[in-house]
Design a protein around this ligand. Structure first.
Ligand SMILES: Cc1ncc(COP(=O)(O)O)c(C=O)c1O
Length: 382
C-alpha cells in the first residue's frame, strides 16, 4: 500500500452546497435574513424543540445561554476539566467562575459523582459536554440540577443529531449548543452555531443579545419597511441590552440547510468508520478505543485512542503522513485557568494517553485501511 497522506478531517461538501450558494448569490442577500429563519425552523423541527437561534459559532451559543440568564457575578458554573476552551470561556465572559469537574475514567465525560461532590450552593449552571459524541448521563444530571435550581447547558459541539435514551442530545437540558465549524459533524461553511431551547420566555432576549442588543429583529424591520401600517416607524428600534454581533448569515444558513439534509448520512458514515477502527484494534495490546462506543442512533465525532505511549504513537503516525491531534488538555493546566484548579485525578492521568485519528465521512476505504494498518504496526512494535 502506498504512503497515503491522511488528513485529520475534511468537510464533506459537494455541488448541493454549491447550488445553494449560487441561489443565495443570485438573490443578492448574503447577510442575516430569511434563510436564517428558514434554517432555524428546520432545525427546531429536526430536534423537536420550540426554538432555535442561528449564530456564528458554538462559542457564541454557550456564551448567550449563560448571558441570557443574568446570573449574579462570581456565581459558579460546573464544567468538565476535559473540554475545549470555549466551554469554560463562556463562563468567564459572564463574570462567573468555572468549577472544574473530573471525568468518569471509563466514558470520559463528566463524572456524576464528582459533579455532586463539587457542587456548592453558589453553583447556578452545569455545562454538560458530550465529549467526542459520548453522551453525558443526562437522565441523572437534569433532574438533580432541577432540584438544586441550576440550569443545564448541553455543549453539543462534538455531536449532532444523536439520540440518548430515546431523546436527542441538545434537548435534554435548558439549552443545546451546536457547532458548524469546518471539521464538526456538519458545517455552515467553515463556522457557525445554533442554540436550541424550549424556553419561550427567554427567546426574545436571546435574539436581542445575538444582534447588538436591539429590541427589534432586523429581518422583521425589513419586512415592515416594505408593507404594513404607514404610521408605524418601521426603522425605529431601541438598544435594550449590551448585545453582541453573533448572528448567522443567509450564506451560512444556505450551506447549513444542505448539510442538515445529509446529517443522518454523516452520522452513519462516522459510525461505520469508528466501528471499523474498534473492530480492527480489538486485538491490539497497547492501543484501545478511548471509551466503549455504543452505536445505537449515536452521533460520534472523531475516533480517539488511548495509548500509554501516546507521544511515540503520534511521531510514528507522523512518519507515515497520518495527521493526528491531541484535542484536549485539561483546562486547569492552561495558564488562564490555573487559578481555578481543583481535584481532577482522572483527567490529569487520562489526557496524556489520548490521541485523535482521522475520521470524516468521505475518508476512503484505502485511507482507513492504511491508518488501521499503521496503528497495528505500532502496537506490534511495542
Ligand atoms: C466541546 C466544544 N465546545 C465548544 C466548541 C466551540 O465551537 P465553535 O468553534 O463553533 O465556537 C468546540 C470547538 O471545537 C468544542 O469542541
Amino acid at each position: 500500500m502506498k504512503n497515503l497522506k491522511v488528513r485529520l478531517s475534511t468537510p464533506t461538501v459537494n455541488y448541493k452546497e454549491l447550488n445553494k450558494i449560487k441561489a443565495i448569490f443570485k438573490n443578492s442577500w448574503l447577510g442575516y435574513g430569511p434563510n436564517v429563519e428558514k434554517f432555524e425552523n428546520l432545525w427546531s423541527k429536526y430536534f423537536n424543540v420550540k426554538h432555535s437561534v442561528g449564530l456564528n459559532s458554538c462559542t457564541a451559543a454557550l456564551h448567550l445561554s449563560l448571558a441570557v440568564n443574568n446570573f449574579k457575578k462570581n456565581k459558579k458554573v460546573l464544567v468538565p476539566a476535559m473540554t475545549f476552551s470555549a466551554s469554560a470561556a463562556s463562563i468567564l465572559y459572564c463574570g462567573l467562575k468555572p468549577i472544574f469537574v473530573d471525568i468518569d475514567p471509563k466514558t470520559l465525560v463528566l463524572s456524576f459523582d464528582d459533579l455532586k461532590k463539587k457542587y456548592t450552593k453558589d453553583c447556578v449552571a452545569i455545562i454538560a459536554v458530550h465529549f467526542n459524541g459520548q453522551p453525558c448521563e443526562m437522565e441523572k444530571i437534569v433532574p438533580w440540577a432541577k432540584k438544586k435550581k441550576m440550569i443545564v447547558i448541553e455543549d453539543c459541539a462534538q455531536t449532532c443529531g444523536g439520540d440518548y435514551k430515546g431523546k436527542k442530545l441538545g434537548t435534554w437540558g435548558d439549552f443545546g449548543c451546536f457547532s458548524f465549524q469546518e471539521i464538526k459533524i456538519m458545517t455552515s461553511g467553515g463556522d457557525g452555531g445554533m442554540i436550541t431551547t424550549n424556553n419561550t420566555k427567554l427567546i426574545k432576549d436571546l435574539k436581542t443579545l445575538s444582534y447588538h442588543g436591539w429590541d427589534q429583529d432586523p429581518l422583521a424591520r425589513h419586512k415592515k419597511s416594505l408593507k404594513g401600517n404607514k404610521k408605524i416607524k418601521h426603522w425605529n428600534y431601541s438598544i435594550t441590552k449590551l448585545g453582541f454581533k453573533y448572528n448567522m448569515t443567509d450564506l451560512m444558513a444556505s450551506i447549513g440547510m444542505a448539510q442538515l439534509k445529509k446529517l443522518s448520512f454523516f452520522n452513519n458514515r462516522r459510525s461505520n468508520i469508528i466501528k471499523s477502527y474498534v473492530k480492527s484494534l480489538k486485538d491490539c495490546k497497547k492501543i484501545k478505543a478511548a471509551f466503549p462506543y455504543e452505536f445505537k442512533k449515536s452521533s460520534f465525532w472523531m475516533f480517539s485512542i488511548r495509548c500509554k505511549k501516546r507521544d511515540l504513537l503520534i511521531d510514528f503516525l507522523k512518519s507515515k503522513k497520518i495527521a493526528t491531534t491531541v484535542y484536549i488538555k485539561p483546562l486547569p493546566l492552561h495558564p488562564l485557568y490555573k487559578k481555578f484548579k481543583s481535584k481532577i485525578p482522572n483527567s490529569l492521568k487520562i489526557w496524556k494517553e489520548l490521541v485523535t485519528v482521522p475520521t470524516y465521512p468521505n475518508m476512503t476505504k484505502s485511507q482507513l485501511r492504511y491508518v488501521i494498518k499503521s496503528l497495528k504496526e505500532f502496537d506490534r512494535s511495542l
